[in-house]
Design a protein around this ligand. Structure first.
Ligand code: HPA
Ligand code: ZN
Length: 364
């Protein structure tokens, strides 16, 4: 079928500073924090809704775009408003073909941006609650991933719990995933953090760990008890990575612990249409300077003005005052944090080092 993303153009603020665009274009990249439901652009939503005979609560693509300028009186309310839009938008997904198409569309963009490796999160619970079979979600996403191999893009799946839904429903999700165990690499935790702390999920994470899933969890930016949540995810849920996690810079001991354990943190400097620059850059810069394994991610590229990883990086480079060595290191962090066999990770890291060396040689 026709590529659903075609009519979507990324919106860049005219005041946005950019840097190292040429270097970034061909730099081998990896992304570890990306929600497939968050890749849905207004054009895709309209096309899939039409195909599935669903009436959207918007009149046009422009109306959908206008609704993306989320605000909130604080970070918790901001996240809540964002999630309302995110959850509404994913209701159009019904069939294995829908999931295949959105995965492949996103991975095509990865191919064009030289994003060589992607770990793709997905949220089964809202889909299965609407009557979509768990198998249709996995079969569809895996079909898109398999087709994308021909484009030189490798991807794996992370199944996420919606933390604001009942724990029972997440246990059912874990049960549903059993026949597909070998097609899902990781287990994560997303959605509304306020009132849904990591301690709500101790048994669930213990079970996921016993089933061999690699573990991560969102510790979203500036939420209530943000630092304690990062600590609880490390010590109680025993995660290997943290999604977001940038509040760690508020606590020196926590930074030391993250360094000692080599924990990878998947930061998201995404911006809204009304923002004039990437958000959270001061803290991401500090994390980089402290030599934490921090990575840059697009989170929900269809729902933010920042767009996809390749599109957002030049502004992140400018605002973070990152050199080419820094940018290469951020990508090395991502490949090293990837849930791939050691040899694959090493091969990608070497590609990044070779690229940087060749770039420098060409400029002597
Ligand atoms: N935080 C929490 N839930 C989410 C996010 C996020 O960044 N993106 C999609 N669901
Ligand atoms: Zn996220």
């Amino acid at each position: 079928m026709q590529r659903l993303r075609d009519s979507f153009t990324f919106r860049k603020s005219t005041t946005l500073k950019t840097a190292h665009e040429e270097f970034l274009k061909s730099l081998p990249k990896a992304e570890l924090h990306l929600h497939i439901e968050g890749t849905l652009t207004p054009a895709q939503k309209c096309a899939i809704a039409r195909r599935n005979g669903i009436k959207l609560p918007y009149e046009s693509e422009a109306d959908i775009l206008a609704a993306q300028n989320y605000i909130g009186k604080d970070a918790a309310e901001y996240l809540k408003n964002f999630l309302a839009f995110y959850n509404e938008g994913m209701k159009i997904l019904r069939t294995a073909q829908d999931f295949r198409d959105i995965a492949l569309d996103h991975l095509r963009v990865c191919g064009a941006e030289n994003v060589r490796y992607a770990e793709i999160s997905f949220d089964p619970q809202p889909h299965t609650d609407r009557g979509v079979a768990f198998g249709a979600i996995i079969e569809g996403l895996r079909a898109g991933i398999d087709e994308a191999k021909a484009l030189g893009v490798e991807a794996q799946l992370i199944m996420c719990i919606n933390r604001d839904m009942p724990v029972d429903s997440a246990f059912r999700m874990l049960e549903d995933s059993k026949p597909y165990r070998d097609r899902i690499i990781g287990f994560g935790l997303d959605s509304l953090e306020e009132g849904n702390p990591p301690t709500k999920f101790l048994d669930l994470y213990a079970k996921a760990r016993s089933e061999g899933y690699r573990l991560t969890a969102h510790c979203d930016v500036d939420q209530t008890d943000a630092v304690a949540h990062i600590r609880d995810c490390l010590d109680l849920l025993k995660v290997e990575r943290i999604d977001h996690g940038i509040n760690c810079v508020e606590d020196e001991r926590l930074v030391d612990q993250l360094l000692e354990r080599g924990v990878c943190l998947t930061a998201c400097p995404t911006w809204r249409p009304s923002d004039t620059m990437p958000r959270r850059m001061d803290r991401i810069r500090v994390m980089h300077e402290r030599k934490l394994k921090v990575t840059i991610n697009s989170d929900d590229p269809g729902l933010f003005a920042s767009g996809t990883l390749g599109a957002m990086l030049p502004a992140v480079a400018a605002e973070g005052r990152f050199s080419e060595e820094d940018l290469a290191q951020l990508m090395i962090n991502a490949f090293e944090g990837a849930w791939l066999p050691r040899e694959r990770r090493d091969a990608y890291v070497e590609e990044v080092r070779d690229y940087l060396a060749a770039w420098k040689r060409a400029r002597i």
